[in-house]
Each structure stands twice: as structure tokens, then as C-alpha cells.
Design a protein around this ligand. Structure first.
Ligand SMILES: Cc1cc2nc3c(=O)[nH]c(=O)nc-3n(C[C@H](O)[C@H](O)[C@H](O)COP(=O)(O)O)c2cc1C
Length: 430
């Protein structure tokens, strides 16, 4: 970007310092990427523009993840969790177990226990009591136990088409090829652990009626029959698929793709029920834009829709508008949910519905054309252990992202309005 295009005003280099002149002559100095002069007040947008490393997520419930695929461990720090929540590892482990690799032939064969350890931020008031959050940062650690870095020798200097190898190298000039380094979805284990903490905080704020669930609703272009939807089925097959018939088809589909050295894409749907009306903010803190950003931030997600999403573009106004009537409990109810539970960037009290398009795994055995770091054209056949359909394990990750966005908005709503819940009661179609 040239100086004249910079919305913050002209930029000039001074040795190691980058000097930015703001309208009116105010001045901020960035030295080697850090902000040294904090006299001016920053809007959140401006702050994020300067935050170089982007490993943190959320505003009041803020998660910073660390670690890569083949390092000794990965984890996160959850900052801003309300105090007093009963929390130990047993609250988080079940969520991690749903994302864990190596559980069947349809996911990567990497063997990781994904045991989470809480390092800080909780304390038992009396001996023998369950620890409770203290309101201080909660550090969560998950060891990497089954790295096989030699599998990645072939991509030390060549770029896997469709993976992040080239983009990381182009940006940083240096990359960790072992398992994809930081671009590996190993990192999402930390998000799932943080999501477990978020779920506890949401339960404390809104009770157990707030429920976040996810499902795989299409694989390889083959969609489920929504009339067959049964949440119980998600726990019975290896795909988190709510349609038992479709799950049987997916077994064959994915076996064929895997044996051919290929991979398949998928669509993941996440629903949050029992979310009160009122979460979200106009205009730059919209709940739906934050959800879309969070879901897009998941590895391999290339499309996100809220409610009826892209189908809305083909609908007529009278069909797309979610009509309202008064319900039996004295609150309004909606007669449809094309808007996915978000109106004007604020939750309407209906189920929040988000779908993610997850691309097929790029690391495949079928040889693909690529180039090396020194500019030589080459062919790449990616060996090693990979998910043949990353959409499957994306389900618990997307559930966690939903929980993280909702808890952050819940705390922001409380901070601004002094209320946890909505002014009025709104509901789903009767
Ligand atoms: C749960 C999960 C597991 C994944 N496993 C693999 C994998 O085994 N091999 C692979 O090439 N990509 C895998 N991915 C996708 C890559 O991490 C992703 O494609 C890569 O970081 C490039 O980012 P992008 O696809 O978002 O552009 C996985 C993604 C998720 C969500």
C-alpha cells in the first residue's frame, strides 16, 4: 500500500522506526512492530490493524493459542473468563475427545491422546473441593506425542498445492514444514479446549438450555435428507452425521476416495439453541459477521452461510421474511428462520444456524503439479497421515468457535447494558 492510500495517513520509514502521522498532526511511533506511544485512544479496528501476530481471538473472553503440529505441545491462554465457575480437566476432555485423531479409518491415523492440562486460573477453595475459575488467565496445555517429522521431508522445499506452504513462505520467508507447522489443524485442539471453558461460562450465564451442537450435512457433494435428521445419530457414526442413511453412503464414498489417494469436501452445520435475543452489536460488532469470521478462521473452511445463506438470494421477499406471531407464553415467535437467528447483527432468540463449506484435504497421494522454493517445477505426492475428509473433525472445532463467539458477545452485552439476558423473550417457530 502506498503512503497516500494508507487510511491512517502518510507513513515514512526512519531507521528501525515507522512513523505514522495521523490527521491533525497527532503522532504514533511503531518501533520494530510494537506500539511505543499509547497516548492516543485506539478504536478496536485500529488496534487490530496494528496487532501483528493475530494469534488471539475475542474481545472480553479472549483466547490466545500457541504451538504447532510437531512442537512439544500446543495450548492456549483464556483471558477474561468469569470467576467462580467449577472447572477441571474432566469438563474439557470430552470435547477434545470428539476432535481427537486416530479414532477410526475415516480420520488421520496420527495417535494423540490429546489430554488437556489446566496450568493456571483455577483454585479449590478448600481441600477436596472442585477447583473454580479465579478470573485470572486460564492456561491449557496439550502435549504432542505422535509426531513423525520425516514424513514431511518431501515438502521441506516444495509447496503442497492447496495447503498453506507457499503462502507462509511468501509471507515469512521461513516455514516449519513438519506437519504443516502452525497451519496444521493440530492448533484447533486448543480452540476446542477453550470452547469447553466458553460452554461453562455460557451455562453459568444462560443455563443448560443454551445448547450448541454440530453435524456434518454433506460430503463429497452428497447432502443428507433433512427429513431424516436425528441428533442422536451424530453420536452413532464416525461422521457426526444426523442422517443414518447418508452416513452409510459416506462410508462407501470416503473409503473409495481414500483408496484412490484422494479426499472429499464437506458441509458442516452448527446450531446454537437457547441463545437469548440481544447478543451482537451494530454495526462493526455484528454477531453474524463475528461468527462468519470465526468459522472462516477454521482451517480448510472456504465458505460460511448464516441461516438460509446463499439460498436467500433466490427467494422472494414474502418467503424470506421470518414472520412473527405471539406465542402462548406471551412472547413473540417466528414462523421461519431464514435469517439464522440473527437480525441486524443481533440475536433474535431463534436458533443460530451457521453452515461451513470445508474443502477437500489438500495433502493427497495423487500426484499434483507444484514448484519448489528455488523455482523448479515438480510433482508432489503427499504421504504421511492425513484426514481424508477434514470436514468430519471440523464439526467439534466449529462448535467450539460458536461457543467462543457467543460467550464473548454475552460478556460484551453485559458490559454495555448491565444485563445478561434479553429485554424481551423471542422464540423459534411453533
Ligand atoms: C480438523 C482438521 C483437520 C485437518 N487435517 C488436515 C490434514 O490431515 N491434512 C491436510 O492437508 N490438511 C488438513 N486440514 C486442513 C489444513 O489445515 C488447511 O487446509 C491448511 O491450513 C490451509 O488453510 P486453508 O485451507 O484454510 O486455506 C485440516 C483441517 C481441519 C479443520
Amino acid at each position: 500500500m502506498s503512503n497516500s492510500e494508507d487510511p491512517l495517513g502518510p507513513v515514512k520509514k526512519q531507521g528501525q522506526e515507522r512513523e505514522i502521522l495521523i490527521d491533525g498532526g497527532d503522532r504514533r511511533i511503531l518501533a520494530q512492530g510494537s506500539i511505543c506511544d499509547l497516548r492516543l485512544s485506539f478504536s478496536m479496528q485500529e488496534w487490530q490493524r496494528f496487532a501483528m501476530s493475530h494469534n488471539s481471538f475475542g474481545h472480553l473472553f479472549r483466547v490466545t493459542t500457541f504451538g504447532e503440529s510437531h512442537g512439544p505441545a500446543l495450548g492456549c491462554v483464556v483471558d477474561g473468563c468469569p470467576p467462580g465457575l467449577a472447572l477441571d480437566e474432566s469438563d474439557l476432555q470430552p470435547w477434545l475427545d470428539t476432535r481427537r485423531p486416530g479414532q477410526n479409518r475415516f480420520v488421520t491415523q496420527r495417535r494423540e491422546a490429546d489430554r488437556v492440562q489446566i496450568l493456571s486460573g483455577t483454585c479449590a477453595e478448600n481441600p477436596g473441593e472442585k477447583p473454580r475459575t479465579t478470573g485470572t488467565p486460564i492456561a491449557l496445555l496439550i502435549a504432542n506425542e505422535d509426531q513423525r517429522s520425516a514424513d514431511y521431508d518431501a515438502i521441506k522445499t516444495a509447496f503442497r498445492p492447496g495447503h498453506a506452504d507457499y503462502a507462509y513462505w511468501a509471507k515469512y520467508g521461513f516455514r516449519d514444514p513438519r506437519g504443516g507447522g502452525r497451519a496444521s489443524a493440530r492448533e484447533t485442539a486448543a480452540r476446542v479446549a477453550a470452547g469447553g471453558v466458553a460452554r461453562l461460562a455460557l451455562a453459568a450465564l444462560y443455563g443448560e438450555s443454551l445448547r450448541i451442537r454440530g453435524a456434518l450435512v454433506a460430503m463429497g457433494g452428497d447432502a443428507i435428507d433433512r427429513a431424516n435428521w436425528d441428533w442422536a445419530a451424530c453420536g452413532e457414526n464416525p461422521f457426526f452425521c444426523p442422517d443414518r442413511d447418508a452416513a452409510l453412503r459416506y462410508e462407501r464414498l470416503l473409503d473409495d476416495a481414500r483408496k484412490a489417494g484422494s479426499s472429499l469436501g464437506a458441509v458442516v452445520e452448527i446450531r446454537a439453541e437457547g441463545v437469548p435475543a440481544g447478543l451482537g452489536a451494530p454495526l462493526y460488532g455484528k454477531l453474524d459477521s463475528d461468527l462468519a469470521g470465526a468459522m472462516m478462521g477454521i482451517n480448510a473452511v472456504k465458505g460460511v452461510e448464516i441461516g438460509s445463506g446463499f439460498a436467500l438470494a433466490a427467494m422472494r421477499g414474502e418467503d424470506a421474511a421470518d414472520e412473527m406471531r405471539m406465542g402462548s407464553d406471551g412472547g413473540p415467535v417466528f414462523r421461519s428462520n431464514h435469517n439464522g437467528g440473527v437480525l441486524g447483527g443481533i440475536s433474535s432468540g431463534q436458533d443460530i444456524v451457521v453452515r461451513c463449506a470445508v474443502k477437500p484435504t489438500s495433502s493427497i497421494l495423487i500426484p499434483r503439479r507444484s514448484v519448489t522454493q528455488d523455482g523448479t517445477e515438480t510433482m508432489i505426492r503427499t504421504t504421511g497421515r492425513h484426514d481424508p475428509c477434514v470436514g468430519i473433525r471440523a464439526v467439534p472445532v466449529a462448535e467450539a468457535m460458536m461457543a467462543l463467539v457467543l460467550v464473548d458477545h454475552a460478556l460484551r452485552h453485559r458490559a454495555q447494558t448491565g444485563m445478561s439476558g434479553p429485554l424481551g423473550h423471542f422464540g423459534n417457530p411453533e
